[in-house]
Write a protein that binds this ligand. Structure first.
Ligand code: NAD
Length: 267
């Protein structure tokens, strides 16, 4: 993009354009996906090292009716949850937390279940977790809630298919399983944010999972500018105002620099 300033034509880089879009926004919202967390050591789904091929989660039907599927799920979780707890937010998460603190970001809609936005200092009331969170466990019949740490202790003590200590019901992670609708309150909140934003920054998502992939289109219909920061092409690249190709951490932290904001440290 070219800009005329004081009679001179200046060539703007993609990074400059991103800073300008953010600077001009009054109601900025971000939509994040697994790609924002790869720099924290959590693999994405569809990238080259993604978990898509290696560890497909069970469908809801499988999980509820099939004890073997649940035992497989809890066994994987017993091994993987401690690593999830050790993961720390990276420069991308921290940059978004800084934007929010500076009053520049209304909120984050995330497809991630890892809790790293909150760990970076983003206000949990402003983070909409469309696909749930791995840090909570619920019982299926009555919705009793337990922390991931409580259930981890039971798994490590030898339980292979833990049940609810209150009602005896089957327990599950508070994350969306395949074939399951999104939680209505989270989806309604995300749609409302998409309707009021004037700039949606889309980070680290392949934009192939619906309904999350529809949110940028809702924002666009309501007049918002859109920018994508992603390593690989997405199906919406030709429908947005700007695509910045590359790693989210460095791109978002230099956006913060360009806006004259300090990157916050994790809370
Ligand atoms: P995805 O795996 O389909 O796509 C990730 C995208 O991010 C890819 O296009 C990839 O090129 C890009 N990417 C990877 N690292 C990047 C980086 N450092 N900077 C910029 N771009 C980067 O992810 P999705 O669209 O979020 O959909 C996957 C589904 O899997 C979601 O529903 C999510 O709930 C779940 N998931 C979550 C996590 C997590 O919580 N961290 C991890 C894996 C999968």
């Amino acid at each position: 993009m070219r800009l005329k300033q004081d009679g001179m034509v200046i060539e703007l880089t993609d990074q400059d354009e991103l800073i300008q879009l953010a600077a001009n926004a009054d109601r900025m919202v971000t939509l994040t996906g697994a790609g924002i967390s790869t720099e924290s050591g959590i693999p994405d789904y569809r990238g080259p090292n993604g978990v898509w091929a290696t560890q497909k989660p069970p469908t809801l039907g499988d999980y509820e009716s099939n004890e073997e599927a649940r035992i497989g799920f809890w066994s994987f979780r017993r091994e993987s949850y401690p690593m999830m707890l050790e993961r720390q937010p990276n420069r991308g998460h921290l940059a978004l937390a800084s934007l929010e603190r500076a009053g520049k970001l209304l909120g984050i809609i995330t497809q991630n279940i890892d809790g790293l936005h909150q760990k970076a200092g983003s206000d949990s009331g402003r983070v909409v977790e469309l696909h749930g969170t791995t840090h909570e466990i619920r019982c299926i019949p009555n919705g009793h809630r337990f922390s991931g740490l409580d259930i981890q202790a039971r798994l490590e003590a030898g339980e292979i298919d833990p049940h609810c200590v209150i009602c005896g019901g089957v327990l599950r992670s508070a994350t969306i399983l395949f074939g399951e609708p999104l939680p209505k309150a989270a989806l309604d909140h995300a749609v409302a944010m998409s309707q009021i934003t004037d700039f949606m920054l889309i980070v680290g998502t392949s934009l192939v999972v619906n309904p999350a992939a529809q949110l940028p289109l809702i924002a666009r219909r309501n007049g918002a500018k859109l920018a994508i920061v992603n390593r690989e092409p997405t199906p919406l690249d030709d429908k947005v105002d700007l695509v910045v190709r590359g790693d989210a951490g460095p791109i978002l932290s230099s956006m913060i620099d360009g806006l004259g904001l300090a990157v916050s440290s994790a809370s």
